[in-house]
Design a protein around this ligand. Structure first.
Ligand SMILES: [Zn+2]
Length: 208
């Protein structure tokens, strides 16, 4: 694999034939997060850490990807796939604005993992995500044998936020991951980051 490459505006990386559409591989191990965003997230996290600092950094990147989705006119969701040794392998954001509502980042990462990782590598990998996997993505995650999931905000939180915003319920019932994939280790939500995710959803559904 080559060095770090910048994805284009659509998040696609055209320089590597191995890259599936919509999934960017090999972002830098040390993620370039803009100083202001980091400060606000760290401030929001406060004492609420439920995972270690590296987990928080990766969740922060997920929220950043969710913000990128929002900026591109998409629903704000973002996810990162991390290998056993801690290296970021792939990341993606929501891409449903074009009308295909299966284009969730967790689903894209599961398929990327199936194409690029061995079963052992998949089992040892962790998926970080701004919002708890929906049933479709939880199923894909389990079917390809991926490992731990760490999310910033829960499906229950999202459902309550959307209700409060007057958004009609989605066509698929939001279930906790363990109801769909009982063998997957799950951690979340992360209180300070969850509030940031809530703000992104508010901005998507009630643009200023
Ligand atoms: Zn999903």
């Amino acid at each position: 694999m080559g060095g770090h490459r910048q994805p284009d505006d659509a998040g696609l990386d055209h320089s590597d034939p191995h890259v599936d559409e919509g999934v960017t591989i090999e972002p830098p191990a040390t993620l370039p997060v803009d100083g202001k965003a980091v400060a606000s997230v760290v401030g929001a996290l406060g004492q609420d850490r439920f995972v270690d600092d590296r987990d928080v950094n990766l969740l922060r990147r997920c929220v950043e990807l969710a913000a990128e989705a929002l900026a591109a006119g998409d629903e704000p969701f973002g996810s990162v796939l991390v290998g056993a040794e801690g290296r970021v392998l792939a990341e993606d954001r929501n891409r449903v604005a074009g009308g295909d509502h299966t284009r969730h980042p967790e689903f894209a990462l599961a398929r990327w993992a199936a194409d690029h990782l061995t079963p052992a590598e998949r089992a040892a990998a962790t998926v970080y995500t701004s919002g708890e996997h929906c049933p479709m993505c939880a199923a894909a995650h389990a079917w390809v044998g991926l490992g731990r999931i760490v999310y910033a905000s829960s499906a229950e939180q999202l459902a309550s936020w959307l209700r409060a915003l007057g958004v009609p319920p989605p066509p698929v019932r939001m279930l906790p991951i363990p109801d769909v994939a009982p063998g997957v280790a799950v951690e979340g939500p992360a209180p300070g980051l969850a509030e940031q995710v809530r703000d992104l959803h508010r901005r998507f559904h009630q643009p200023a």
